[in-house]
Design a protein around this ligand. Structure first.
Ligand SMILES: [Zn+2]
Ligand SMILES: [Zn+2]
Length: 695
């Protein structure tokens, strides 16, 4: 077991009650929704991730499962939904299968898989040379080394998945999922958004095989150098990935290899920007354990066995050693958090089985590139730690750092660390136990957990073993709970909170929308009237419009939608005017019509470009009603909320984030040839698959 130095002056928690956590009598978290149908293997780690649109993905050796709570009401089925409230507890599910599964053998990966293809290449050219280095370390024949020898093809499924925090509006409303397969390859998927999933045959796209791309774009000889160092057998693992991380904006992906190499990819959405000029840094750490990124300090910390720690400073793309000033404890770090505590102090939190340790990493005032790491304190948890989450929203107004610690027994603890000097653990309290009254499966082991983007929902992935001799299978249970639900009480209260948060755009509030829809569906009082508000900016009106559609309030929704579209029309005209006011004679007839609709809100537009599909007379658009157009026989046709033109059947699409129909403009559509020149900049909203009400 762990060696604990109790006499060290830096550790104030000696043999005292401080280490015995204070047990609060807390009730269960409120269950929001759950999904549990699958049998999984006992060794599946069930690593999970939650996207900004509240999709929860978890990995098994069968593939990746993605669940979502419902976030909008379908117009066709909304009346049924209101009557059968239980329909919300089931979760929509998408599934990703390992793409290189072979057909002929059960439980195997095809030899066409990227990792076995590259390993064959490595073996042919370098194995004899690298084996010389490998021979010096015969003791390290771990299961991983055996994996290298001959049975790459026995593994399938996924080990790890991580949603990109990239702004989904810039990626057509689809979220991006980076994955590590069981064969240690990295694949980047695009997850089709929930509104589109029902209209397309697939729920995900494999966008990039990053492992393959890496080997197509590097000179292998530069990395597999011929040296006499006995550590060089690690280069055999050069193609295998152990860890991935996104930066806070999803524009950088860090790929950590078993050989200790860090590969830095620049992303824009699901497009890679640096295929040729890759950054590859050798940390010289063999089989690194984990890494962690701090956005504020722009530092990447890589952690190896026996307290090896190095920094990579992103601005210099260089490696910086960290001086370790505490005793080596020989236990492997599994999970970490790295938080900027003050200008020259970083707080490092590490988990080692059921120990949670905190360290400071100090920059030397005189030598800014020298870092000193000291252990400050530790706590013992009741069972092995399965992850950390920093509570950023809920602790931002308090003068402390709040880190949630999840344990295998299902309990979640809150570690509170002071923001003011001295840096210490102020408290650790039990937030919730692992018990769930509504769940019949027992026992439950927590495998992983995540907080949603606004920290209103907690996603937990449990494993429930089948208790029988020689059975190595069990069930996976993915649950969503209301987090901090005590701060929000009645339906009115939830609605008011939703309308007040006008600093957060709607597309970032899927957890709020899910809670709101759940509350409205279960509430008996459907007569909520939106009070008149003086502050009517676009973000507020977007929230009001979504609320009206969830409440099925058709009278109010038209008023608010028109208000929002009038603001949009003015903003749109400002852009069009700056781009085209001097070249209006060059615009196509459709472009000119859009320009005119936006420019003067006093007129009535009747155009022969758009005819009534019923009676084939021209459609009239009034300046005061931006939602509908009418023909002379009083047929009403909806207008697109982006182009403000009448919708037509042949070029329509669903908004990726709601159920609304908008005009689809192909990038080779000659009717929009002038607008298309600005499709990636000023006029990008016109060519996105997201509507004005979700932008
Ligand atoms: Zn008509
Ligand atoms: Zn929309």
């Amino acid at each position: 077991m762990k060696k604990v130095n109790r006499n060290k002056s830096t550790s104030p928690s000696t043999v005292s009650t401080a280490n015995i956590m204070s047990i609060y009598s807390k009730s269960d978290l409120e269950l929001f929704s759950s999904y549990s149908h699958e049998q999984v293997h006992i060794y599946d780690k069930l690593c999970s991730s939650i996207s900004s649109s509240c999709e929860i993905a978890y990995c098994t050796s069968e593939g990746i499962t993605i669940c979502v709570p419902q976030t909008y009401q379908r117009q066709l089925s909304s009346s049924q939904n209101l009557s059968s409230s239980s329909s919300l507890s089931s979760i929509v599910v998408a599934r990703i299968e390992y793409p290189f599964e072979s057909n002929d053998q059960i439980n195997s990966v095809s030899t066409k898989s990227t990792s076995s293809f590259i390993f064959e290449k490595l073996k042919d050219k370098y194995l004899s040379r690298l084996y010389e280095a490998y021979k010096h370390r015969p003791t390290s024949l771990s299961s991983f080394d055996r994996f290298l020898c001959n049975d790459t093809i026995k593994y399938k499924g996924f080990r790890r998945c991580l949603f990109s925090p990239f702004d989904i509006r810039l990626n057509q409303g689809q979220s991006i999922l980076a994955t590590i397969t069981c064969a240690h390859e990295v694949f980047i998927y695009e997850i089709i958004s929930s509104s589109k999933r029902f209209f397309l045959s697939q729920s995900s796209n494999l966008k990039i095989d990053l492992t393959k791309l890496l080997f197509e774009n590097i000179q292998l000889e530069n990395y597999l150098q011929d040296t006499n160092s006995e550590d060089d057998y690690r280069l055999l693992y050069f193609h295998l990935t152990s860890h991935i991380l996104w930066n806070q904006t999803g524009t950088l992906l860090f790929q950590l290899q078993y050989s200790g190499h860090i590969i830095i990819w620049k992303f824009y959405g699901s497009t890679i920007l640096n295929e040729k000029s890759l950054s590859i840094i050798d940390t010289k750490i063999n089989k690194p354990l984990t890494m962690i990124w701090n956005e504020q300090a722009q530092l990447l910390l890589i952690i190896g066995k026996e307290n090896q720690r190095v920094f990579i400073k992103l601005d210099q793309m260089k490696l910086f050693p960290i001086n370790i000033n505490h005793h080596n404890d020989y236990m492997n770090t599994e999970y970490t958090q790295l938080i900027q505590w003050n200008r020259n102090t970083l707080l490092l939190v590490e988990s080692k089985i059921n120990y949670c340790l905190i360290y400071t990493i100090l920059t030397d005032e005189n030598q800014p590139s020298t870092y000193n790491c000291n252990q400050v304190d530790y706590r013992i948890l009741p069972s092995p730690i399965v992850g950390f989450q920093e509570e950023q929203y809920s602790s931002s107004f308090l003068n402390h750092i709040s880190i949630l610690i999840g344990c295998e027994d299902g309990s979640i603890h809150c570690l509170i660390i002071s923001r003011e000097s001295p840096l210490t653990i102020v408290d650790m309290k039990l937030v919730t136990s692992g018990q769930m009254k509504s769940c019949s499966r027992k026992p439950l082991l927590l495998r992983h957990f995540n907080l949603s983007s606004n920290e209103l929902l907690l996603a937990r992935i449990f494993y429930s073993p089948i208790v029988a001799p020689n059975v190595k299978f069990g069930f996976v249970l993915c649950t969503l709970h209301r987090w901090l639900s005590s701060t929000v009480k009645s339906t009115e209260n939830i609605i008011e909170n939703f309308l007040e948060r006008i600093d957060i755009p709607l597309w970032r509030s899927f957890d709020e929308v899910a809670i709101l829809l759940n509350e409205i569906t279960h509430s008996t009082n459907q007569n909520y009237q939106i009070k008149k508000q003086t502050n009517q900016n676009v973000l507020f009106l977007q929230r009001v419009c979504r609320l009206c559609s969830l409440l099925n309030n058709t009278k109010q929704i038209e008023i608010y939608e028109n208000q929002l579209l009038k603001i949009y029309r003015y903003q749109f005209w400002t852009i069009l005017n700056s781009l085209f006011s001097k070249m209006m004679n060059k615009l196509t007839p459709i472009e000119l019509l859009i320009y005119r609709i936006c420019s003067n809100d006093q007129q009535i537009y009747s155009s022969t470009l758009f005819m009534c599909p019923m009676c084939n007379t021209s459609l009239t658009m009034l300046a005061d009603d931006l939602l509908f157009s009418t023909c002379s026989n009083k047929h009403m046709w909806p207008r697109c909320c982006r182009t403000l033109l009448p919708l037509s059947f042949d070029s329509a699409q669903k908004c990726s984030l709601c159920d609304r129909t908008i005009i689809l403009i192909d990038t080779n559509n000659k009717n929009y040839s002038n607008f298309l020149q600005y499709k990636d900049h000023e006029l990008n909203i016109l060519f996105s698959s997201i509507c004005t009400f979700c932008m």
